[in-house]
Design a protein around this ligand. Structure first.
Ligand SMILES: Nc1ncc(C[C@H](C[SeH])C(=O)O)cc1Cl
Ligand SMILES: [Zn+2]
Ligand SMILES: [Zn+2]
Ligand SMILES: [Zn+2]
Length: 305
């Protein structure tokens, strides 16, 4: 419906989370995993298929970077699609019957709000560092993976400021804590960003290849090929350091090192014509492209784990 072809304010998203839980109480639980530096709640939507316990789970986070509005739009699109097509679409049914799906729709609510009220191009969170007149840390440089080495900044005024120490930010801490306590069931980590149309996997913090590099490479290659075939759109793919840039402290690198061996970062549309200001009319195709890639990877993970 038209609701999912629009960008939504933070308040609308919180309302949507609660309404989704109410409308689908058989498949949806909402888990409070922590709060932001301005004390906004971090709600994770847990999607479950049939009632009996499954041994696997996947994690999907959106909105780690405030200005990347297509990311939360995708998380909402994904949740709606999963709920409406369970028992109708074979892939979604297979996914939900074999893995719980944890969705953090807005990982950086303070920053997201700030892009609606003050600065559309804001990237970081809004934590206040008492020794600096600048605010915010880059949550995707704040994870404990070669923290604050080349590719991040130790200057609080820079957009890639790594924070005061690894997991210094409450948003990072909430996600890391949740994944540490669920690391035995979470088999797939997906972090959604924009823009530049890329399907990326670890490492970004170094040029080292992960042990299952070939398997991850083949997965993103297959996903990119299918996106090209069905949506006539081009996504680059490969290990982050070589494909986009060297950058430490990223959530996907950290998740991989925690033991989640299927860990990816998607950079959604577009390639720069609109950039972060992707018009709402592009939401359906951008989300369908990401959905296709997610399904391919999730079904592979179910087969292999
Ligand atoms: N591990 C990572 N994976 C992907 C990226 C790219 C995103 C794109 Se906006 C970023 O710069 O934070 C960055 C890192 Cl540190
Ligand atoms: Zn519904
Ligand atoms: Zn990003
Ligand atoms: Zn980006």
């Amino acid at each position: 419906g038209v609701f999912y072809e629009r960008y939504h304010s933070l308040e609308d998203i919180y309302y949507w989370i609660n309404k989704t839980r109410q409308d689908h109480s058989d498949m949806v639980k909402v888990i409070l995993i922590g709060s932001s530096s301005e004390k906004r709640p971090l709600y994770v939507i847990k999607l479950s298929g049939r009632r009996d316990e499954v041994k696997r789970a996947m994690w999907l986070d959106c909105g780690i970077h405030a200005r990347e509005w297509i990311a939360p739009a995708f998380c909402m699109w994904f949740v709606k699609y999963a709920l409406e097509f369970y028992n109708l679409n074979t892939e979604i049914t297979e996914m939900l019957n074999n893995m719980d799906i944890y969705v953090l729709t807005v990982m950086n609510p303070d920053g997201y709000k700030y892009t609606w009220t003050t600065d559309r191009m804001w990237r970081k969170n809004r934590s206040v560092d008492k020794d600096s007149e600048c605010a915010g840390a880059d949550l995707n440089r704040n994870f404990d993976a070669n923290w604050c080495t080349k590719g991040a900044s130790s200057n609080p005024c820079d957009p890639t400021y790594c924070g005061q120490f690894p997991e210094s930010e409450p948003e990072t801490q909430a996600v890391a804590q949740f994944l540490r306590s669920h690391k035995d069931t979470v088999k797939l980590y997906l972090s959604i960003h924009s823009y530049s149309q890329m399907l990326l996997f670890p490492y970004s913090c170094s040029y080292d290849e992960v042990s299952n590099h070939n398997e991850l490479f083949d997965l993103v290659k297959e996903a990119s090929t299918k996106i090209r075939r069905y949506y006539k759109n081009i996504y680059k793919y490969g290990p982050s350091a070589k494909t986009i840039y060297l950058a430490p402290g990223g959530s996907d690198d950290w998740a991989y090192n925690l033991g989640i061996k299927y860990s990816f970062t998607f950079e959604l549309q577009d390639r720069g014509r609109y950039g972060f200001l992707l018009p709402p009319s592009f939401i359906p195709q951008a989300c369908n492209e990401a959905l296709l890639a997610s399904k391919i990877i999730a079904l592979h993970v179910i087969k292999k784990t």
